[in-house]
Design a protein around this ligand. Structure first.
Ligand code: HEC
Ligand code: HEC
Length: 256
């Protein structure tokens, strides 16, 4: 685990180094990026959220057409501090976005922001709520930002996380076959046997950090995350114990 983590940091560094924009971003926010990478458990929200806001003005992209270039610019200016400019975050509780399906990223970014007239967001999260508040205020421009960001991250190559071998037998059995006695369906049925998911329907879970997947399954279980269509994930997670969640989350990090 230690070794693969070091590899990820190194790989992320190389990616950042070949992107001039990323270098500028990193130079502008050393306080945000460095401690976040060094101390994965710490919540880097406050310093990271404050730094890019000063350096990046969302108005600078509003004239750009919807597309990868606009997404790339916003990612470098706002998202890189936590997810890296290319979406290959190196911090386990800050999910990898690289190679995730465009429609899924778009939906999450719409869900993090309260809909017009609504008090709470469909996916309530203090950190990401603060981030999406930095995107365009105008709903049409916001949708353009979101689509551009989703196109950018979906087009990036995932540097996958790996399994720590927590309980591979249990993890694989739940992932592939569910838990019949408790009415838990096979995760593979929706997220696909390789964890690649199904574009427009089910997110990729392969290569995601186990810690992040574990946190999401617990959030679904405790109704802290409620944005799964028809409550699918909430209903499934409510039937899982901590041990089962840990095992399947770790399995998903390694499944290919
Ligand atoms: C301060 C750190 C930080 C910054 C900056 C940040 N994020 Fe996040 N992001 C997070 C964290 C933490 C989560 C996990 C939230 C949770 O636990 O539900 C997250 C979750 C997400 C998710 C959901 C991923 C999934 O698999 O469901 C998306 C999409 C996302 N962020 C996109 C972005 C975009 C786009 C930007 C830039 C506009 C951005 N983030 C900026 C910390 C950050
Ligand atoms: C009936 C289809 C279905 C099944 C079966 C299913 N999922 Fe999901 N899962 C979804 C959908 C849909 C989402 C996205 C919800 C949303 O739009 O926010 C999701 C999201 C997730 C996420 C969050 C991904 C992220 O990036 O934040 C995790 C983790 C997850 N599922 C794990 C599992 C596990 C583990 C199982 C098996 C025990 C499972 N799922 C079974 C449909 C399914």
């Amino acid at each position: 685990m230690k070794r693969s983590y070091a590899y990820l940091l190194a790989a992320a560094g190389i990616v950042a180094a070949i992107s001039g924009v990323a270098i500028a971003q990193q130079a502008a926010t050393p306080a945000a990026a460095a401690p976040a990478a060094a101390a994965p458990a710490a919540n880097a929200a406050a310093p990271a959220a404050a730094a890019p806001a000063a350096a990046f003005d969302i108005k600078s992209v509003e004239a750009m057409p919807v597309g990868i270039e606009r997404g790339k610019a916003i990612a470098a200016g706002v998202c890189a501090a936590c997810h890296m400019a290319d979406g290959n975050s190196a911090v386990p509780l800050q999910p990898k976005l690289a190679g995730q399906h465009q429609a899924y990223i778009e939906k999450q970014l719409m869900d993090f922001k309260p809909a017009e007239g609504a008090k709470v967001a469909a996916r309530e999260n203090a950190v990401m709520g603060g981030q999406v508040a930095m995107l365009s205020a105008d709903p049409k421009q916001y949708a353009n930002d979101v689509k551009s960001l989703a196109m950018w991250f979906a087009s990036q190559k995932l540097v996958p996380a790996s399994s720590a071998g927590v309980n591979p037998t249990l993890g694989m059995s739940i992932y592939r076959g569910g838990i019949v006695s408790k009415g838990v369906p096979a995760c593979a049925g929706c997220h696909s046997p390789t964890g690649a998911g199904i574009p427009n329907k089910y997110p990729r879970v392969s290569g995601q950090f186990a810690d992040y997947s574990e946190a999401q399954l617990k959030a679904f279980r405790e109704d802290q995350r409620k944005n799964s269509p028809a409550n699918q994930m909430q209903d499934i997670a409510k039937k899982l114990t901590d041990t089962e969640i840990k095992a399947v989350a770790d399995y998903m990090a390694g499944v290919r």
